[in-house]
Design a protein around this ligand. Structure first.
Ligand SMILES: [Zn+2]
Length: 160
């Protein structure tokens, strides 16, 4: 049997397929922790990667919501810690969320574009472009993500 040459999650061409793509993601995460990448940018990396690999990272309705709404929260609130906290505590609550079906097309940019961009500002800009591309692929679920985010923020206000 030949080794896969395409990641079945994000669709990028890579020798070794999904496993090789995942290994590169793990390496990027390790570099995030070891370097000067701010935590919100690391979060966005995880969310964008999850959107493109939903079968591994968005298995439950809650994990689906976490990454979909996490990405939306980044675009609307710039990775604000209080918004992320509100989302987390909303997801920690006792609620059932139905898992939507992920789109077949996951966006034109992949982790490969982020790795190719280099470090520093170029990394941050490539990361934002990649996340936007992955988010756009979920266009049919943007309204759902907006509703989930609104519910999370409303739940936070009730607790105050
Ligand atoms: Zn991949």
């Amino acid at each position: 049997m030949n080794a896969p040459d395409r990641c079945e999650g994000c669709g990028r061409a890579i020798a070794g397929g999904a496993a090789a793509c995942r290994a590169e993601f793990d390496a990027v995460c390790a570099a995030d922790y070891g370097g000067a990448v701010p935590y919100p940018l690391h979060r966005l990396t995880v969310d964008a990667y999850a959107l493109q690999h939903p079968d591994a990272f968005m298995v439950s309705g809650k994990s689906y919501a976490a990454h979909l709404v996490g990405t939306l929260a980044w675009f609307e609130h710039g990775g604000r810690a209080d918004v992320q906290r509100a989302l987390r505590s909303w997801l920690d609550g006792a609620r059932e969320l139905e898992r939507p079906r992920p789109p077949d097309d996951r966006g034109v940019l992949t982790l490969a574009d982020v790795i190719a961009a280099g470090d520093g500002d170029a990394h941050a800009e490539a990361l934002a472009r990649w996340a936007r591309s992955a988010w756009n692929a979920y266009a049919p679920q943007h309204a759902l993500a907006q509703r989930w985010l609104a519910a999370a923020l409303a739940a936070r206000r009730e607790r105050c």
